[in-house]
Ligand binder design. Structure first.
Ligand SMILES: Nc1ncnc2c1ncn2[C@@H]1O[C@H](COP(=O)(O)OP(=O)(O)O)[C@@H](O)[C@H]1O
Ligand SMILES: [Mg+2]
Length: 259
């Protein structure tokens, strides 16, 4: 009983929360299987490290604000032949984050831009990079409110500090002058300091319209594209494929049968 209490105290002081849960099971197994003391200790410590790692990844994933949880393994490359799988696998090495380079996914809705961004984010978190995910719309709204409340410096840090900033859905809405200016500021502050991953449904030629100003759009693109990879995705929406499978587009199906 005293031993038990002392153990509990020691684990709590060391901040080991998982070993107390498994100690008795692992100890019983060790005595059955005649495992050495050193091996027994190693088993316990490895379990604690795994649990700590899981907790860390769960916490950081929550803080990154990802819209959903999807990995690269869940991505069907065969469905989207315009994507060069090798390039995506290369991005997944995360060298682009190490080198403060940017990644831009361009393409119509439903082709996997957000999915691939989330998958790279999860990989980055598991390798201890800090990540923050936002849509362009939320970013602009947050900064406009912060500007009014005089908290803009503090709020900007959220977008300038992480190793990887993901800005999803640029171009779905046109930006006001002020919003475009905030956007420019973030791109400038992160330039050669931290990676940005962007997704957009608009090709670069139309970015002048998004920012309402060709000169500003050129300045943004100039910094953004200096060290960057652009992945152009052309193809059908995965969502529509799933709806077709579920039998929503009956008329389409009949037409296809004639092909
Ligand atoms: N090639 C794919 N393989 C598996 N799931 C996909 C693929 N492309 C898209 N999806 C799924 O379809 C949905 C829409 O994809 P998403 O990446 O959100 O599209 P968008 O390009 O509009 O950001 C998501 O649930 C995503 O996981
Ligand atoms: Mg998307």
């Amino acid at each position: 009983m005293i031993l038990q209490e002392r153990l509990e105290q020691a684990f709590s002081q060391l901040g080991w929360t998982w070993i107390p849960e498994i100690l008795h099971r692992v100890a019983e197994e060790a005595s059955k299987e005649n495992i050495s003391y050193v091996e027994f200790l190693d088993n316990l410590l490895q379990e604690e490290i795994l649990a700590k790692n899981d907790r860390y990844v769960t916490l950081k994933t929550k803080q990154a604000h990802l819209p959903y949880h999807k990995t690269l393994d869940q991505f069907e490359f065969s469905f989207q032949p315009s994507i060069d799988e090798k390039r995506i696998r290369d991005l997944a090495t995360l060298r682009f984050i190490e080198h403060q380079e940017n990644v831009i996914f361009l393409g119509p809705p439903g082709v996997g831009k957000t999915h691939l961004s989330v998958a790279l984010a999860l990989k980055a978190i598991s390798e201890r990079y800090t990540v923050y995910f936002t849509t362009a719309h939320d970013l602009v709204q947050t900064l406009q409110i912060a500007d009014r409340n005089n908290t803009i410096r503090k709020e900007m840090k959220m977008y300038t500090k992480p190793h990887l900033l993901i800005i999803d859905e640029i171009g779905y809405r046109k930006m006001e002058d002020e919003a475009a200016h905030f956007f420019f500021q973030i791109v400038s502050e992160r330039y050669e300091k931290g990676s940005i991953l962007l997704t957009s449904n608009k090709s670069y030629g139309s970015w002048g319209e998004i920012f309402g100003d060709n000169v500003l759009a050129t300045a943004i693109l100039d910094r953004l594209l200096h060290h960057s990879s652009t992945i152009n995705i052309k193809g059908e929406s995965y969502r529509i494929k799933e709806k077709k499978k579920a039998g929503f587009f009956k008329l389409d199906k009949q037409n296809e049968q004639g092909e």
